[in-house]
Design a protein around this ligand. Sequence first.
Ligand SMILES: Nc1ncnc2c1ncn2[C@@H]1O[C@H](COP(=O)(O)OP(=O)(O)OP(=O)(O)O)[C@@H](O)[C@H]1O
Ligand SMILES: [Mg+2]
Length: 342
Amino acid sequence: MTEPILKVDDLHVTFPTEGGEVRAVRGINFDLAPQEILGIVGESGSGKSVTSLALIGLLPKSARITGSVVLDGYEMVGAAEKDIYKLRGAEIAMIFQDPMTSLNPVYTIGAQITEALLAHREMSKEEARAEAVRLLSLSGIPRPDEALDNFPHEFSGGMRQRAVIAIAMANNPKIMLADEPTTALDVTVQAQVLQTLQRALDETHAALILVTHDLGVIAGLAQRVIVMYAGRIVEFAHVDDLFYRPSMPYTHGLLGSIPSPTEDSDGPLRQIPGNPLTMVGELIGCPFASRCPMAQDICLREEPTLQRVTTNTEREQYSACHFRDDVSKAPVASMFLESEVK
Ligand SMILES: Nc1ncnc2c1ncn2[C@@H]1O[C@H](COP(=O)(O)OP(=O)(O)OP(=O)(O)O)[C@@H](O)[C@H]1O
Ligand SMILES: [Mg+2]
């Protein structure tokens, strides 16, 4: 087995607020293998972004972080800011929903790519410019030679995101971390940006953590998927198992709330009834119980831990559900519909 490039162990993140402590992340564990593509999905507020920011040491100072995040052998939790800064630059490239968070509005696209290249590789300015043209072209930017002299505001949203990916490639990272990279873009542009992301992985051999609320995005790219709910991992599975034999009713609910290509596309998008919990104060029982069509008494009393699904004998699949071994056999989708009617 190859050594993971990232190891997350019992990570907790809490924010003190006037309304009480927000327990945004409540003990999560996972490894990322070199070149792996790992998806993180979940509804708004489930802790996806807080988890990602914790991985790169970018949480606000008010956040209380415990547990361990080991990046390429270095512990990030509790490390000095200057060390985190160095590690982050050398190891991880970030791609956020709004490309303007990553781009500097006062420098040309070309200047930003060549700066990254010169910081990470031995080359002359001329070589850096030629390489920048190649990376922009690889990112699908038309007329890359001219585009180098454009400022970010002269690009469309999709082109900006592709420029961010070109800069990420120039940094030659071991991990790319993309948080909702296509959410702000319209559907056709989304597909192009995802293609660019895939090309960037082929080019750099980086691993990818892809955070999104959109399971469609995950389906096309990821190998393994983490499903988050109320600050925890509630399912961790190979992407095929996630789609074809989910072992947590919440995952079923998420699958039901994406439009199916085989269903009448004019029909309403099904949704999971109810709202996610606010993460303040003590939690008793499974945080999904009040929305779950399979919930029993035990679910109201005891929060289930993440455990191996024993009925999947082919691959490791983990679920935080008291009934994890039964979920794939239960008609959960229709149970959701019935619970809506009630
Ligand atoms: N700086 C902060 N101070 C207090 N609470 C915070 C802070 N940042 C995040 N939270 C809370 O932490 C929880 C998890 O937030 P997070 O941003 O990780 O959600 P998310 O899964 O990324 O959602 P979305 O899909 O909307 O991006 C939420 O309840 C959020 O309100
Ligand atoms: Mg987020």
